[in-house]
Design a protein. Structure first.
Length: 349
């Protein structure tokens, strides 16, 4: 089969292409950014998902399945471009796929569409996104589903929890960097809230199973093994043999302060981060259990794997350093975080 992966140079897209090629599929990666570490056997097209002609041209290459992962993520703080790329780009890709007779369209949605919901989140939980990124992903999901229905194209929407794996940087780079240097880390509130993550390999396994079983529809995906944020972070710190400690920020004051810093462009955190990471957020996994799917990685296993990968590559001239993908690149911590980091370093470190 011939698969098209939009956002093919992104964190998830790159791993998805690796898996599809390994499974013997013909794969085309489509991304506005060049892939600095191309997968042997895959073909790459450098183009924008908002470019109608480019999208229609690739769809004319007898595509069987589209995996639409291309999106601007919260860290980009893209403002109106969330609408242009996440919603407009999705409409263009889905419409071109439908016209070209693509068999199945797999849309990578986001748990941000729920906002800060009561947990566990079920298939019936209403969507109430809190910020512009979440609103764009919800609108994009609905648009893709509507277009797929119009053309009779099989449709899958996967709503993943925060994705982690080896090579995942972005906001996690700050966490890993501070722990590796014995710097105290901060959580919003008590840290007793339960937050579920998702390993990229498990997400891709879910992609493959749903397609193979022709299970079409909308699926919430996350690991079944997770604890409180405090417990998971302390397990990671113990693994790292770090002197770091988990410190707590008053929830209401932290959100107000981080919101101000965000608007002043003094913090790398986006609203999705500081509005939700002090709350419970986990899915009811019974719909996945009904089809025999269960994630292999626990929260702590995926955090440890990603941390070890970060430490192993620290200081090395790796492709991820200058990569355009926000989740494959370190972020600039800036003067403010640099100051907090200096003040939070454990004595004797």
């Amino acid at each position: 089969m011939r698969h098209l992966v939009t956002g093919g140079s992104g964190f998830l897209g790159h791993l998805l292409i690796e898996r599809l090629v390994r499974d013997g599929h013909d794969v085309i990666g489509f991304d506005i950014h060049p892939e600095s570490n191309p997968v042997n056997g895959a073909k790459y097209i450098i183009a924008d998902v908002t470019d109608v002609q480019a999208v229609e041209a690739v769809m004319a290459q007898n595509i069987d399945v589209v995996h639409h992962t291309a999106a601007l993520v919260p860290l980009t703080k893209a403002g109106e471009r969330f609408e242009t790329v996440n919603v407009g780009g999705t409409r263009i890709v889905a419409e071109a796929a439908g016209k070209a007779g693509v068999s199945a369209f797999v849309f990578t949605s986001s748990s941000a569409i729920f906002g800060a919901p009561p947990c566990p989140v079920t298939a019936d939980t209403p969507c109430h996104p809190l910020e512009i990124y979440g609103r764009s992903k919800l609108e994009a999901e609905r648009a893709a589903m509507e277009i797929a229905k119009k053309y009779g194209m099989a449709f899958i929407a996967i709503r993943p929890r925060t994705i982690i794996a080896a090579g995942r940087l972005g906001i996690f780079q700050v966490l890993f960097d501070w722990i590796s240097q014995d710097v105290d880390i901060y959580v919003i509130g008590s840290g007793r809230n339960k937050i579920q993550f998702l390993h990229a390999d498990d997400l891709i396994d879910c992609h493959m199973r749903l397609l193979a079983q022709e299970r079409y529809g909308i699926f919430n995906v996350g690991t079944s093994e997770f604890g409180t944020l405090q417990d998971d972070l302390e397990t990671l710190i113990a693994h790292a043999r770090s002197k770091s400690r988990v410190r707590h920020l008053p929830a209401s004051l932290a959100r107000v302060g981080l919101g101000i810093l965000d608007r002043l462009h003094l913090s790398p955190l986006a609203p999705w981060h500081y509005l939700t990471y002090g709350e419970d957020f986990y899915f009811d996994l019974s719909p996945l259990e009904e089809i025999g799917f269960k994630c292999k990685y626990s929260n702590t296993q995926m955090l440890i794997q990603a941390y070890d990968s970060f430490v192993a590559s620290k200081g090395a001239d790796t492709e991820s350093k200058d990569h355009a993908s926000r989740h494959r690149s370190p972020i600039q911590q800036g003067i403010l975080l640099g100051l907090i980091k200096a003040l939070s370093r454990r004595p004797g470190s």
